[in-house]
Design a protein. Structure first.
Lengths: 436, 489
C-alpha cells in the first residue's frame, strides 16, 4: 500500500483526489458525502456575490454510445450567500479535520478580496482558490476569465489577496488564452502559492437543427458555454506540462480537466500535478468513482515499486521537449499481427487515402486465415519502404495489439533538427533529400 | 457390468472443457465499457452476496483488475466459482437494466471470472492485511461453500476459525459436485487455499459425530456453524433398484471429480431419472463422456421441469434425449441392469402426475442414474444437536438475517438451511451467519461496501442484495400477478 497523501503548498490531504469547484462542491451535504466516499479534498463551489442562474444550463457531446464525452455549461458561480457557504465550510472542517477544504473565491474590488480572504481564514478553510477562469457570464462583469486572460490584472489582484493571505493561495487559470505560462508567471510574480488548471473552455457543443439554436438554450437563445469532461484532457495535460516545465512558474500545481479514473489522474501527476480535481465525472457517476481512483492508483504505484505518490510526480515532464530536439534519424514502422487481423482493411484505406500509401492489399500467401477472414480475400501488408511510421493504421485498427509499431535500426547517429541545421551550416553533411 | 470408460483423455479434455471460455482482454474491456454503472444497481440487489457489480466492472474498464477482484472477493470469497456456476440469467444478469433497453444484459458472470482469474492466475494476494485476532474461536462443520463463506468473513473479523470436513478435500459440492464443464475442482481448491490464506484452519478427513464428538466442539468453541449441506440422493423405491449399473447422480458426478476423465465408467445407453439441474448435469456429462444415448426420464412435462432454461438448452445441444410424462416402475436385468420398465403419465385435474393405465413399455438401458434430488440430513442433524429445530421439510430453522438457530450457540447456512439452492446462496448465508455470530458475541458489524443514496438503505428491495436479496423472476411474477397482467415480450 503506497502512501497517497499529498501536500500542495501546505494544504495537506489524505490523497490527491479533490472535488473541483463546481456543482458537486455546492453544499456541506455534498462535501460530507464526498469525504465519506473517499475524496481527499473539496474545492468549494466559487463563493461571491450570489448570482442568479438561468434554466437549462448544460449540454454535451455524445459519441457513439458514449454519453458526455464532452460537457458544457452556462452556469455561474454559487447562487448561495457567502454567509451560508462560509458557515458550511466551517461545519465540514469541524467534521473532517484531516481532509482539505478549500474556498474558491471570485469578487472584484480590493476591499472585497480582503474581506473574502479573511472570512476564508475565519471559517477554517485550508486554503483558497482564486477563480480567474469562468468563461461565461462572470467575465462580462469583469471577473473570471476576464481577469485570467490578462496577466497584468492577475498580478494586481493576486497582489491584493497576498496582502492579507494567512493560508495558501491557489490561482485557477483559464485555458482560453494562447500561452498558459503567461498568466501562470503573473501569479508567481504576485506571490501565489500554487496554480490550478484548467477551468472550462469556450464552446458551443451542438446546434439544434430544428430551432437553429445551440444547446443549451434559454427560451430560444444560447450563449458560449464552458467545456470540460473527458474530451478536454489532452488540452489540460498540454497546459499542465507547459507550466510544470517552466522554471519561471515553479509553483505546485493542482491538475484539472477530463479526469475520470485513476489512470487519468496518474497521467496528470506524472506531468507534474500534486493534486487533481474532478467535476464532470462526478456529475456523471457520483462520488463513488473515487474508490477506483484510490484503489487503482495504489495498485499501480505498488506495481511500479513506488512507496509514495510523490515519487510519481513529474516523472513525465522531462520527456516533453521542443520539436527541434527530436531525433530525425529514428525510425519505426507498422507491423501487422496476422493471427489477430480480422480483415476489415480500415488500415489500408486510412493509409491509402489519408496518409502515405504504404499498405498494399496482397494475396494471403500462406499466412493462413485469421479470425473472420474470407478464403481468397486479400490481406493488408505493410510496405516497409514506404511506411513513415506515422501510427495512423495502428490507431485505426479495431483489434487490440494487432498493429504494433516496431523500431527499425537506421544505423544513423542521433541528429535533431537543431543539430542538422548546425551541421548543414558547417558544411559537414548533405541536405536530406525531399520526400518523393 | 457394462459400465466402462468410453473416451480418450484427449477427447475428454475437449468434450468436458469449460463451456464459456475466458474473455480476451479486449472482449472484457468492450463488455465492461458497455455497463452503465447504475446507482443502486438492480444487478447488486439480485446478487445474494451483494457484490458491488458496477464497481468491479468499472475497475475492469480502467484496467484495475486486482481492484476489481478485490471488490468481488470482499463480498463473495467464492467469486471465481460463482462466476462460473451461478444461474446468472435469473440472478444479476436477469436484473440488468439493459434488458429494458432491449439490449443483451452485461455479461456479469464472465467479467467476474475475468477479474478473479487475473488474481488467481497471477497469484496476487488481494487481502494482504491480516485481521487482528479478537480472541474468539468458531468451529464450522462441513467445508462446502456455506462454511467457506462463513469462514472468510469470520477470519476477516479476527476470529480463529476451524473447519471440519469429512472428505479428503474441502469445497463441498464445488469440489465434488458441480458439472465439470462449468467448474473444475482446481478452481474450487484454489478458492479453498484463498480461505486458508486468511488464517482459516481446515481439518479434512474428519467427520463430526464420528471422528470427533459434537459436544466436544460445542464446549471448546465460542460459536458453531452448521454447513453440512444435503445428504444422499432420494431412492426410486422400485424393484431392481439395487442392480449393478444403477448409480446415484452424486456418486457418478463424484467419479468425474476424483478420477481422470478418461477413466470414468459410463454406460452405452444411459437413463437419468429426474429433471432437476442435477439430472441435467448427469445426463450431459454422461453424453460428453462417451455414452451413445443419454436420456432424461421425467414423470411430468417439459413446462414443469425444475431445471433452468439454459441448463435444458445445454442438454439439448449435447444431443441428450427427453422422455417426458414417463416414470420407471422396475429395473430389469440379471445382476446388471439391461432395461427399464416404464409407464406413461399425465397430469390429473389437480395437476398431479398419474399413471396412464395400460401404457407400460420397456426400453433398453445399461446404466440408470438416479437424480431425484438430495435427502435432508435429518438424522445426522438430530444426532449432532438433538435440540435443533427443523421444519417439516427437514431444513434447519433459523433467523433470516443472522442464521442463528434455536440452539443459541449454533448457526446455520447453505443447503442445510435452505433445502438446496445455489452456491451463491450458500456463501451469502455463511456470510450472514458470520455477521450474526459476531453480533451475538457483542461485535460491531459494518455496512456493506456500497454508498447508499440520500435516503439510506430502506427495507425492501433497495440497496444491497446481501441485505435484501431479490430474485428477479419471482419478483416479476409476483408483480404481474398483483396487477393481473401478463408480461409481454
Ligand atoms: C450435481 C449438482 C450440481 C449443482 N450445480 C450447481 C450450479 O451449477 N450452480 C450453483 O450455483 N449451484 C449448483 N449446485 C448447488 C450447490 O452445489 C449447493 O447449493 C452448494 O454446494 C451448497 O453448499 P453447502 O456448503 O451448503 O453444502 P455442500 O456443498 O454440500 O457442502 C457440505 C460439506 O459438508 C461436509 N459434511 C457434511 N456432514 C459432515 C460432517 N458430519 N462432518 C464433516 N463434514 C461434513 C460434506 O462432506 C460437504 O463437503 C449443484 C448441486 C448439485 C448436487
Ligand atoms: C456546471 C459547472 C460549473 C462549474 N463551476 C465552477 C465554479 O464555480 N468555479 C470554478 O472555479 N470552476 C467551475 N467549473 C469548472 C470545474 O471546476 C473544472 O475546472 C472543469 O469542469 C474541468 O474539469 P472536469 O473536466 O473534471 O469537469 C464548473 C464546471 C461545470 C461543469
Ligand atoms: S438533473 Fe435534477 S435538477 Fe437537473 S434537470 Fe434533471 S431532475 Fe432537474
Ligand atoms: S485494421 Fe487491423 S484488423 Fe483491420 S485489416 Fe488492418 S490490420 Fe487487420
Ligand atoms: S444493471 Fe447492468 S448496466 Fe446497470 S450496473 Fe448492473 S450490469 Fe451495469
Amino acid at each position: 500500500m503506497a502512501d497517497l497523501s499529498v501536500n500542495l503548498a501546505g494544504i495537506k490531504s489524505p490523497n490527491p483526489f479533490w472535488v473541483a469547484s463546481a456543482p458537486p462542491a455546492n453544499t456541506a451535504y455534498q462535501c460530507h458525502r464526498a469525504f465519506e466516499a473517499g475524496w481527499g479534498g473539496v474545492v468549494w463551489k466559487t463563493i461571491g456575490d450570489p448570482i442568479v442562474n438561468v434554466s437549462s444550463r448544460y449540454s454535451s457531446l455524445d459519441i457513439g454510445g458514449n454519453r458526455m464525452v464532452g460537457f458544457n455549461n452556462i452556469e455561474l458561480i454559487s447562487d448561495r450567500s457567502p454567509e451560508t457557504n462560509f458557515r458550511e465550510i466551517a461545519e465540514c472542517k469541524k467534521r473532517w479535520p484531516n481532509h482539505a477544504v478549500i474556498a474558491s473565491l471570485m469578487t472584484d474590488t480590493r476591499e472585497n478580496w480582503h474581506d473574502y480572504m479573511k472570512r476564508s481564514v475565519d471559517c477554517g478553510a485550508d486554503g483558497v482558490e482564486l477563480n480567474f477562469g469562468c468563461p461565461h457570464g462572470m467575465c462580462e462583469r469583469g471577473m473570471g476569465s476576464a481577469v485570467g486572460q490578462n496577466p497584468d490584472v492577475i498580478e494586481a489582484i493576486v497582489g491584493w489577496v497576498m496582502e492579507v493571505a494567512e493560508i495558501p493561495v491557489i490561482v485557477k487559470l483559464t485555458p482560453n488564452i494562447t500561452d498558459i505560462t503567461r498568466p501562470a508567471r503573473a501569479a508567481k510574480r504576485a506571490g501565489a502559492d500554487a496554480i490550478s488548471l484548467i477551468n472550462t473552455i469556450n464552446s458551443i457543443t451542438q446546434v439544434n437543427l430544428d430551432n437553429f439554436c445551440p444547446e443549451p438554450y434559454v427560451q430560444g437563445y444560447s450563449t458560449h458555454g464552458g467545456y470540460c469532461g473527458p474530451a478536454v484532457k489532452p488540452i489540460a495535460l498540454n497546459m499542465l506540462q507547459a507550466c510544470a516545465s517552466d522554471p519561471q512558474v515553479g509553483l505546485p500545481i493542482s491538475g484539472i480537466g477530463g479526469i475520470g479514473n485513476w489512470k487519468d489522474a496518474a497521467e496528470f501527476i506524472a506531468l507534474g500535478a500534486t493534486s487533481v480535481q474532478v467535476c464532470t465525472a462526478i456529475m456523471h457517476y457520483g462520488f463513488r468513482i473515487v474508490e477506483d481512483m484510490i484503489d487503482g492508483l495504489n495498485d499501480y504505484l505498488d506495481k511500479k515499486g513506488m512507496a509514495s505518490v510523490n515519487e510519481l510526480r513529474g516523472r513525465a515532464v522531462k520527456s516533453v521537449d521542443k520539436w527541434e530536439t527530436l531525433n530525425l534519424n529514428y525510425k519505426r514502422i507498422a507491423d501487422i499481427n496476422y493471427d489477430k487481423c480480422i480483415g476489415c482493411n480500415l488500415c489500408y484505406i486510412a493509409c491509402e487515402d489519408g496518409a502515405h500509401q504504404a499498405i498494399d492489399l496482397v494475396d494471403e500467401g500462406g499466412r493462413g486465415l485469421g479470425p473472420g477472414r474470407l478464403p481468397g480475400k486479400k490481406i493488408p501488408q505493410i510496405n516497409v519502404e514506404h511506411c513513415v511510421g506515422c501510427n495512423l493504421c495502428s490507431l485505426v485498427c479495431p483489434v487490440e495489439n494487432c498493429i504494433t509499431m516496431v523500431d527499425v535500426e537506421t544505423k544513423k547517429p542521433h541528429m535533431s533538427w537543431k543539430e542538422y541545421q548546425t551541421k548543414l551550416a558547417a558544411g559537414e553533411i548533405e541536405r536530406i533529400p525531399a520526400h518523393p | 457390468m457394462t459400465l466402462k470408460p468410453r473416451i480418450t483423455a484427449e477427447a475428454a479434455s475437449q468434450s468436458m472443457a469449460e463451456i464459456e471460455p475466458k474473455y480476451r482482454p479486449q472482449e472484457a474491456k468492450v463488455e465492461a465499457d458497455r455497463c452503465l454503472y447504475c446507482f443502486d444497481a438492480p444487478c447488486i440487489m439480485a446478487c445474494p452476496t451483494g457484490i458491488d457489480i458496477p464497481g468491479f466492472i468499472k475497475k475492469i474498464a480502467t484496467h484495475n483488475l486486482t481492484g476489481a477482484a478485490r471488490v468481488i472477493l470482499e463480498s463473495n470469497i467464492l467469486g471465481a466459482s460463482c462466476a462460473r456456476v451461478c444461474p446468472t440469467s435469473v440472478l444479476c444478469e436477469g436484473a440488468c437494466v439493459m434488458l429494458d433497453r432491449d439490449e443483451k444484459p452485461i455479461k456479469i458472470g464472465r467479467l467476474q471470472r475475468y477479474a478473479t482469474d487475473h488474481v488467481f492466475d497471477n497469484k496476487i494476494n488481494v487481502f494482504p492485511v491480516k485481521a487482528r485476532p479478537n480472541g474468539r474461536k468458531a468451529a464450522l462443520i462441513g467445508g462446502g461453500p456455506a462454511s467457506l463463506g462463513c469462514a472468510a468473513e469470520l477470519a476477516r473479523l479476527g476470529y480463529q476459525v476451524v473447519i471440519f470436513e469429512k472428505k479428503p478435500e474441502a469445497g463441498g459440492l464445488n469440489t465434488y459436485g458441480i458439472a465439470y464443464y462449468k467448474l473444475t475442482p482446481e478452481v474450487s481448491l484454489a478458492e479453498v487455499n484463498l480461505v486458508k490464506s486468511l488464517g482459516v484452519e481446515i481439518r479434512t478427513g474428519i467427520e463430526v459425530g464420528k471422528d470427533i464428538a459434537m459436544d466436544k466442539i460445542l464446549a471448546e468453541y465460542d460459536a458453531v456453524f452448521l454447513g453440512v449441506g444435503l445428504g444422499n440422493t432420494l431412492k426410486l423405491d422400485i424393484p431392481g433398484e439395487d442392480k449393478q449399473g444403477v448409480v446415484e447422480a452424486l456418486e457418478f458426478i463424484d467419479w468425474i471429480h476424483t478420477r481422470p476423465l478418461h477413466q470414468v465408467p459410463v454406460g452405452e445407453r444411459v437413463a437419468v431419472i429426474g429433471c432437476g439441474n442435477t439430472a441435467i448435469d448427469a445426463v450431459t456429462q454422461a453424453k460428453r463422456l462417451g455414452a451413445k444415448e443419454a436420456t432424461i426420464i421425467y414423470r411430468r412435462g417439459e413446462e414443469d421441469m425444475p431445471a433452468y432454461e439454459y441448463e435444458y438448452e445445454i442438454a439439448k445441444k449435447d444431443g441428450c434425449a427427453f422422455l417426458f410424462h414417463t416414470a420407471p416402475v422396475e429395473v430389469i436385468g440379471n445382476g446388471s441392469v439391461t432395461a427399464l420398465k416404464l409407464v406413461k403419465t399425465r397430469n390429473n385435474a389437480e395437476g398431479k402426475a398419474e399413471v396412464v393405465p395400460g401404457s407400460e413399455f420397456t426400453k433398453e438401458f445399461d446404466m440408470v442414474i438416479k437424480a431425484l434430488g438430495q435427502q435432508k440430513q435429518v438424522s445426522m442433524l438430530k444426532k449432532l444437536v438433538p435440540d435443533l429445530a427443523l421444519d417439516k421439510a427437514g431444513r434447519v430453522v433459523c433467523d433470516a438475517q443472522t442464521g442463528q438457530t434455536n440452539v443459541e450457540k449454533v448457526f446455520v447456512g447453505g443447503d442445510a438451511r435452505n433445502g438446496g439452492r445455489e452456491v451463491v446462496n450458500a456463501v451469502a448465508e455463511g456470510k450472514k451467519a458470520a455477521r450474526g455470530i459476531h453480533a451475538w458475541l457483542g461485535g460491531q458489524v459494518t455496512a456493506g461496501p456500497v454508498q447508499n443514496s440520500r435516503l439510506g438503505n430502506k427495507d425492501g428491495i433497495t440497496g444491497s442484495g446481501f441485505d435484501h436479496p431479490a430474485r428477479v423472476p419471482e419478483l416479476e411474477a409476483a408483480y404481474y400477478q398483483s396487477k393481473n397482467e401478463v408480461r409481454h415480450g
